[in-house]
Ligand binder design. Structure first.
Ligand code: PGA
Length: 244
């Protein structure tokens, strides 16, 4: 399975950035890496036009198909706009919007029903890490997936320690390997299936991409800030390609 590089633009970007990225990336046609750009949804159409060689994804979706939900977007609307993926359960949504793991599992199921691949984010806070609760937290975040009618073979799980997001701090590579292996094992045991792909996210950049892609357990990366910097994005994609 090819490695996955997902750029989460969060609430950043503009037509100017899209055209900048497009100019630099025009030549870059990775063979063994799948690149997914997740801009704010309002730019999805342009992202598809400007960056046709890459897939696109949403940053969130509703649990519902349609109806009186002001401000929400359904997974099928993202799909209408050509998106193939959607991020669900990002820690910024869990924390700022009080999204529960149950709600997030329903969003992932709604995404699958609309033909999208959900990228389910899980991860512990610094406090949880310091008291040794990381695996317990990940278990609690994954558990509702078992009741949500999800096809776990068609899901992407992104392990993103909350304390690592946007801080420049990352866990050691051994720690990342162990945690990714634990997630794969958890899914294999609980759901009696192998998970699609497991990614690492949190301060991934051009400097650490090679060592991350050197880890056999890593199926890809979820990149925030560095996905807005064309040079970093290029290095990350090349590092993924080199280990594919
Ligand atoms: P970061 O963000 O790469 O800026 O740390 C990752 C994320 O929030 O998905």
């Amino acid at each position: 399975m090819s490695k996955l590089v997902v750029g989460n633009w969060k609430m950043n970007g503009s037509f100017a950035l899209l055209s900048d990225v497009a100019k630099t990336m025009d030549e870059l046609r990775p063979q063994n890496v799948e690149v997914v750009v997740c801009p704010p949804s309002i730019y999805l159409n342009e992202a598809k036009c400007f960056l046709g060689q890459f897939a696109t994804g949403g940053q969130d979706c509703s649990t519902e198909v349609a109806g009186a939900y002001t401000g929400e977007l359904s997974a099928s609307m993202l799909s209408d706009y050509g998106a193939k993926y959607v991020i669900v359960g990002h820690s910024e949504r869990r924390m700022r919007h009080q999204e529960s793991s149950e709600l997030i599992a329903k969003k992932a199921a709604a995404a699958q029903s609309a033909g999208l691949t959900p990228i389910l984010c899980i991860g512990e806070t610094k406090e949880e890490k310091l008291v040794g609760a990381t695996l317990q937290v990940l278990h609690g975040q994954l558990l509702p997936c078992l009741d949500a009618n999800l096809d776990l073979q068609k899901i992407v799980v992104a392990y993103e320690p909350v304390w690592s997001i946007g801080t420049g701090e990352t866990p050691g590579t051994d720690e990342i390997s162990e945690t990714l292996a634990w997630i794969k094992d958890w899914l294999a045991k609980q759901a009696k299936t192998t998970v699609g792909r497991v990614l690492y996210g949190g301060s991934v950049n051009g400097d650490n991409a090679s060592s991350l892609f050197g880890l056999p357990e890593i199926d890809g990366v979820l990149v925030g800030g560095a996905s807005l910097k064309v040079a970093d994005l290029e290095t990350i994609i090349s590092a993924a390609e080199a280990t594919a």
